[in-house]
Design a protein around this ligand. Sequence first.
Ligand SMILES: Nc1ncnc2c1ncn2[C@@H]1O[C@H](COP(=O)(O)OP(=O)(O)OP(=O)(O)O)[C@@H](O)[C@H]1O
Ligand SMILES: [Mg+2]
Length: 229
Amino acid sequence: MENTENPIIRTEELTRIYQDGATVVALNRLSLEVARGEFLAVVGPSGSGKSTLLNLIGTLDTPTDGKVVVNGVGTGRLSGNALADFRRQHIGFVFQLFNLIPVLTSLENVMLPLVPYRRRLGLDLELRARELLAAVSLDDRMRHLPSQLSGGEQQRVAIARALINEPKLVLADEPTGNLDSQAGDECISLLRGLNQDRRVTVVLATHSEVIAQQANRVIHLQDGAIITG
Ligand SMILES: Nc1ncnc2c1ncn2[C@@H]1O[C@H](COP(=O)(O)OP(=O)(O)OP(=O)(O)O)[C@@H](O)[C@H]1O
Ligand SMILES: [Mg+2]
């Protein structure tokens, strides 16, 4: 059942400490609320904790302390299949390095996250993937491998893949980091379009103030804490 309670994301005193020889406090008691439908940019220098924050919100990592609530669900209570189901139902990820599978075509990469659930969900997965690739203007690149695509095209495949589960939340970690400025602008336009047209909440990590200006709200991180916003 869709939970319509605001906010879509709430973190409470979220803390992540890495202990590998040295102790690094990557996130330091960070409390944040993100409203449904918001486009939030998280800006900060390298090492300020942007990826750590997105990974914790996306349940790819576990906090040392504090809490993450997404769509009204405290994610600390989830594990195993429940966690995988939760991610599949709620979250789409876009990464700096695209993370496409090299031996799969664009179409196969986009379908991949839902292939194991195809029968259970009873949907025409290929049709949905085709529609998403068309929406990112890759109609003519469906059968290409990642190595046959430009960086911008690969990132558009990755955006289409992030949308295959129709998530209400997309987490984009430095998605323009490996793109030239034109491809980077296209990538951000796509994310903005998603946000405006489909009311997908977007959290975008970037070191660029210029890119961050495209968001509804900007928070600045330093040493794992919010310094403005
Ligand atoms: N797996 C890890 N083990 C140890 N320390 C880590 C690990 N991942 C991140 N860190 C440390 O945590 C801090 C925050 O890292 P994080 O990757 O969140 O920064 P970031 O803001 O995303 O930086 P960038 O802009 O370079 O991507 C850094 O000091 C980093 O070295
Ligand atoms: Mg990072």
